[in-house]
Structure formats: structure tokens, C-alpha cells
Design a protein around this ligand. Structure first.
Ligand SMILES: [Zn+2]
Length: 460
């Protein structure tokens, strides 16, 4: 009975007293117990829980965890995590060149005793611990953007400088810290529970995310992982908050065609650039009229590139193209976004199409796909968000922040295309991503590592 009460105690985190009969458990709480349990509250400070089999199982999983020990073990692993992150930073991995970093991650998975570790045909590194239901995927992309102007950096982007409690370098925040905390988090849990690992967890170090969000993760989930995935947790930087969605996006090309002539007699030709000019003005006005959403923010559209074909400076251009970055908020999708452009008065003769991604990965494999990345949001009351919240509460005794990303992530495939419940929890701050200030705090590494250690016992 005492053991059972401990299970319940861990489940409720803040239990003062617990009585059990065959129909219900009557629990008295201290103040401030998790809101999720308030639905079971019948009288002031008492809760009545139906003992469904699954809930019992979950309570036992959670009850077997010592959260202060998880935090302690996470502290102990700090140095190794910093070392591993520095190793990953020292292996430059722009999209399409991730082989070395994938091999280094596989080596760490093998060394720590993952049940399996392999590199799939698209080049993503995948490791598994545990078996049975549910099946979770922890994802972090292992490619980075380039360094742009190397002289604009005050530190070596590939050294992994450690200073003032931060690790610095290209990919520190976006997103090399993710596999570090996910792999070490699972290792902490494995050391605590031994053979009683609570479920199946795959860690995916996905490639090509900066070039085509969602492509590698979607491929891994559909083809490389041979079982049904129940939930996905993205390690993209959230500053250790729980994120539950972001706007979608599209890359669109609009083309106009004209007739070339000698520039000394422009009236003999038909200038394709002049045909594009009013379209650009209309796109600018369209931006102000796009839908807004209280959680995700406003849909946006912007011309980000313009080019034309002309035989020389003294010829009239016979073709012109603009490229559009379209961010899609809740309720906006591919068809709506394309229709809005095709319906612009000046675009009636223009050709409008979504660009395609056809770059090979470092393995040489091409996954030809349209550059449409759907919007996704998981409701705050969704069980996965609340399970993650429960894990955070149990570990740290306070409410996590729950929010959204400004940028786009691999969630466009896991939830946007495949409909698998997805959340994010990552070390590092979004504001440092893609900048010459790229860094991740060591405190965040510890927090996120503890979170990933506890989470598998909470996901129901
Ligand atoms: Zn990222």
C-alpha cells in the first residue's frame, strides 16, 4: 500500500494524504497542484481518480522515478554534454554535408549503449532505446546554416568556445545542442531504470533541415523507423519552454514573359520587368491584408529576390521572375496562398508556382518535394502538451512557459504532413539562431537533459 501511495504521490506531485477504496482514490493536496488534475476534483481539496489500467501503468512509470536524482545525474553529465556539443560544433555541417557529424553522433549512441543506432538512406542518424508503446521520436537537425562573413565573428565558429556558462559556435543554438540533450537525457533515464525503460524512443539527428524543413524527419518517420510513431518532440531551441506550433511557409515564383528588342527602340519589344512592377506593388499591399491569429501571429508575404533574362544592357528583358516568401498563419494553406497571387489584377498573365526542393543529401539521395511547409498547432489542452508540462512540473516544481516558434521547424512534416502530435523543447534561444552570436547556455543543456530523461515516463 505504501508503495502504491508513492506512485500516486509522484503522479500528483503535491499529495498530502491519500485514501484508497475499491472505487476511487481520495487524495488531499497541498496548494498549487497541477491544474490538469483539477478536472478530477469533486470537493475543495479532494480528488477522485478512476483507476483505468493505462493510468495505473503511467503512475507506476512515474512513481519509479526519482526526480531529484534525475536533476543530480544531469548535473553530473554537464561536462560530458559540453564536450560532446563542442565535438559536434567542430565538425562543420552545412546542409548536404552532414556525414561527419552523423557518424560522430552514431558513435556516441553506440558508446552509451543505445539498443540500435544507424544512418538511414537519406543520411539522418537514428538511435533507439526501449521497446513497446508508446513510440516517441526526439528530433534535432544536425545541419546548420553557413557562417556568412567569417570576419564578423568575435570567436571561431567551429571551436566550441566555453565562456561565462555558454558554449559558442555555429549550430550551438540551432540545433546541435538538441541531439546532445536528447541522447544524454535518455542515457540518464536508462541508467535509472535499467531494463525497465518505459517505452520506445528514437532519437533522430535529421539532415537538410535548413534547406528543406521536415523532409528528412518525414522520411525517417515514414520509411526508416519501422513502427508507428505516436508523438514527436523537437529539440529546436525554445529556451527550455514547451512550444506547440508555428506558422507554415511557402516559396513561390512568379514569372512574366515579354519580347526582347533593341533598347534604343523599347516600343518594338514588350518589357517583362515592366510587367512585373505592378505585381510587386500589389504583393506589397496584399501583405497588409493577410489573416492574423492571436497565437501564431499574422500571415505575411514578401518579395525576396528578383531576376530577369536579357541578352545585354541594351536589350529589352524578355523574362522576369520574382521569388516570394509566404508565411502562413492558422487557416491559411497552399491553395489559398496561390489563389491570392493569381487573383492580383496585374498577375492575370503571370505564371505562379511553388518551388521544388531537388538537392541531393550527402548520401546522393534526392527526395523531390514541393517547398510548401504547412502550418501546425497543437492545442494547449492536448495530452502531449500536458504530459510535457507534467514532466517539467515534476522535475522543477514550477510551471513551464508554453509558446510557439517564430521560425519554421521539422514539425511541418511530423504534424503538418503526417498528423503526429508534436511539441518542442530545446536548449538555446531562437534569437541567436543563424547569427554570429550563436551560443547555448550550459544551464539550458542541464534543464533540457533532465526534461528528456523524465518525459518518456509521462507520455501517455
Ligand atoms: Zn533549427
Amino acid at each position: 500500500m505504501k508503495k502504491f501511495i508513492n506512485y500516486i504521490d509522484a503522479f500528483l506531485y503535491r499529495t498530502e494524504r491519500c485514501e484508497i477504496n475499491e472505487n476511487y482514490i481520495k487524495v488531499s493536496h497541498k496548494k498549487g497542484y497541477p491544474k490538469r488534475l483539477a478536472i478530477n476534483r469533486k470537493f475543495e481539496s479532494q480528488a477522485f481518480l478512476n483507476l483505468e489500467e493505462r493510468e495505473m501503468e503511467m503512475q507506476i512509470k512515474k512513481g519509479s522515478l526519482d526526480f531529484s536524482l534525475i536533476r543530480k545525474k544531469t548535473e553530473d553529465e554537464s561536462e560530458k554534454m559540453v564536450g560532446f556539443l563542442r565535438d559536434l560544433i567542430a565538425l562543420p555541417s552545412p546542409s548536404g554535408c552532414e556525414r561527419d557529424v552523423a557518424l560522430r553522433i552514431k558513435e556516441e549512441m553506440d558508446r552509451l549503449g543505445f539498443d540500435e543506432a544507424f544512418i538511414d538512406d537519406y543520411g539522418s542518424v537514428i538511435g533507439r532505446i526501449g521497446k513497446g508503446s508508446p513510440c516517441l521520436v526526439f528530433d534535432g537537425h544536425i545541419d546548420t546554416v553557413g557562417v556568412a562573413d567569417p570576419t564578423a565573428w568575435s570567436f571561431d565558429p567551429f571551436k566550441g568556445k566555453v565562456e561565462d556558462g555558454f558554449v559558442y559556435g555555429r549550430g550551438a543554438s540551432d540545433n546541435k545542442a538538441a541531439p546532445v540533450v536528447q541522447i544524454y537525457g535518455l542515457n540518464v533515464l536508462k541508467e535509472l531504470v535499467g531494463g525497465n525503460f518505459p517505452c520506445t524512443v528514437y532519437v533522430v539527428g535529421s539532415v537538410q533541415e535548413e534547406a528543406c524543413d521536415g523532409l528528412a524527419l518525414g522520411h525517417a518517420i515514414q520509411y526508416s523507423i519501422k513502427e508507428k510513431v505516436d508523438a514527436v518532440v523537437l529539440g529546436e531551441c525554445t529556451g527550455c519552454a514547451i512550444y506547440r506550433g508555428h506558422r507554415g511557409r511557402m516559396e513561390i515564383m512568379v514569372s512574366t514573359a515579354g519580347i526582347s528588342s533593341h533598347a534604343s527602340a523599347p516600343e518594338r519589344g514588350d518589357n517583362a520587368v515592366y510587367k512585373m512592377a505592378p505585381i510587386i506593388k500589389e504583393v506589397e499591399s496584399l501583405n497588409a491584408k493577410l489573416k492574423d491569429d492571436s497565437f501564431l501571429g499574422k500571415g505575411t508575404i514578401a518579395v525576396t529576390k528578383i531576376e530577369c533574362n536579357t541578352d545585354s544592357i541594351n536589350c529589352i528583358p524578355y523574362a522576369c521572375r520574382i521569388y516570394l516568401d509566404r508565411r502562413l498563419t492558422a487557416g491559411e494553406d497552399r491553395e489559398l496562398a496561390l489563389r491570392q497571387i493569381k487573383e492580383l489584377t496585374s498577375a492575370s498573365d503571370a505564371d505562379v508556382k511553388v518551388l521544388r526542393f531537388t538537392e541531393p543529401s550527402y548520401t546522393g539521395k534526392v527526395l523531390d518535394t514541393e517547398k510548401y511547409y504547412p502550418t501546425w498547432v497543437l492545442p494547449e489542452e492536448h495530452r502531449l502538451v500536458q504530459d510535457a508540462r507534467g514532466a517539467y512540473l515534476a522535475l522543477f516544481g514550477c510551471e513551464p512557459k508554453i509558446g510557439k516558434w517564430t521560425f519554421s521547424t521539422n514539425g511541418v512534416s511530423s504534424m503538418g504532413w503526417l498528423g503526429i502530435p508534436t511539441i518542442g523543447f530545446g536548449p538555446g534561444e531562437e534569437i541567436f539562431a543563424h547569427t554570429n552570436q550563436d551560443k547555448c547556455s550550459i544551464e539550458d543543456l542541464r534543464t533540457a537533459c533532465a526534461f528528456y530523461a523524465a518525459l518518456p515516463a509521462f507520455v501517455s
